[in-house]
Design a protein around this ligand. Structure first.
Ligand SMILES: C[S@@+](CC[C@H](N)C(=O)[O-])C[C@H]1O[C@@H](n2cnc3c(N)ncnc32)[C@H](O)[C@@H]1O
Length: 356
């Protein structure tokens, strides 16, 4: 790959350095050098070399010397004008380096094209289900962009279906059991306010004891141990902040504990999101907590009883590779409630049920 130059170094570059080796390091076959045309000489605890500004007469000569001396073969430039200048100089063979990435604007263009593709896919999902997003194209794209930046396993297909469900939701509380860092929660939170469905509540204990799924293979159980659940909880709050319109909150307890408290005019308070009042009747319930059969059955049967007429229940991982709790509990529920179910479909791996 060859040594890398980051020029001009900006604040954002700090995060790039995580995966690169330190300046001048001979560890392995690649070292990272930082340079700037500004005055500072140290950034992120590392020395920063000086090069002239690109408009100065000696820039190319000084750059050539610097690249040669440090055996630099790749340049990363976060500044559009500098990137273009260096790209041209490389094409004209004035410098023997490759640009490490496409230009900042080309990266944005790629991101935008991907976003449009994602939006089209979501629209297709909604059309296929006979649901409407209730959002104009740019607003839908903005929501997809926001949600795409949040870790989680919900696919675009599921996100699309959740958007459609909210757009067709009757009035009532929008509840999620199991939020992790808030991917599906941010869709439910945004859409519940946007469509005036009701207040949003996330129920999740964010602790290891509850998270372990004993029906899953030992290896899968082990992977949920040793995670920093306080950090996941904090990240969840950060991710929910911008979708909150004073209507969202969280209850850091298990579904079983939350169920004991859920009633009309229930007030939930948190330091970060203040006080939110719930009606005690749910419009949408997204069940994505512990996937062991007993837990899913508890969630569906008990929370299901709180659903308003016309409400939706979504059972995550109904089709799941690591266990059959959601499928068995979901099928039992389906069979027992066939008469009252108006619509049922599977989007990606989740079962969506709309009640009459
Ligand atoms: C698969 S993750 C949820 C993913 C999330 N919906 C998303 O969009 O990325 C499962 C979550 O369920 C939570 N959980 C585990 N047991 C629970 C319980 N008994 N009640 C509520 N949440 C639970 C875990 O803490 C974890 O955050």
């Amino acid at each position: 790959m060859g040594n890398l130059l980051i020029f001009p170094v900006t604040d954002d570059c700090e995060f790039l350095l995580v995966n690169e080796k330190g300046q001048g390091s001979n560890d392995g076959d690649c070292a990272t050098f930082l340079a700037t045309s500004e005055k500072f000489s140290e950034k992120f605890g590392q020395a920063v070399d000086r090069l002239p500004f690109i408009h100065e007469d000696d820039f190319l000569t000084e750059l050539q010397k610097y690249l040669h001396k440090n055996k630099i073969k790749r340049v990363f430039s976060p500044v559009l004008a500098v990137h273009r200048f260096l790209e041209r100089a490389s094409a004209d063979m004035l410098i023997d380096v490759k640009m490490a990435t496409e230009s900042p604007l080309d990266q944005q263009a790629t991101r935008y094209k991907n976003l449009i593709r994602k939006s089209i896919k979501v629209r297709q999902v909604l059309d296929g289900l006979g649901l409407d997003a209730g959002l104009a194209p740019m607003e839908l794209a903005a929501l997809i962009q926001y949600v795409s930046g949040i870790y989680g396993e919900s696919s675009l297909e599921k996100i699309g279906a959740l958007i459609g469900v909210c757009a067709s939701g009757v009035k009532g509380d929008v509840l999620e059991i199991g939020s992790l860092v808030g991917k599906s929660a941010s869709v439910l939170s945004y859409m519940s306010a946007r469509m005036s469905v009701g207040n949003f509540l996330s129920i999740d204990p964010w602790n290891e004891t509850a998270a372990v799924q004993k029906d899953s293979p030992e290896l899968v159980q082990d992977l949920s141990r040793g995670l920093d659940y306080d950090m996941l909880h904090s990240l969840f709050i950060v991710n929910l902040m911008l979708t909150n319109r004073g209507h969202s909150n969280y209850f850091r307890r298990t579904s079983e504990e939350a169920f004991l408290c859920y009633k009309p005019s229930w007030e939930v308070s948190s330091l970060e999101l203040g006080k939110t009042t719930y009606t005690g009747q749910a419009s949408i319930i997204h069940i994505d907590g512990n996937h062991d059969y007993e837990h899913v059955r508890f969630d569906i049967e008990n929370w299901g009883g709180k659903l308003a007429p016309g409400g939706w229940i979504i059972i995550d991982d109904y089709l799941w590779s690591h266990g059959c709790g959601p499928k068995v509990a979901g099928d039992e529920y389906l069979r027992a409630n066939l008469e009252s179910i108006e619509m049922a479909f599977v989007a990606d791996k989740s079962l969506f049920l709309r009640f009459r």
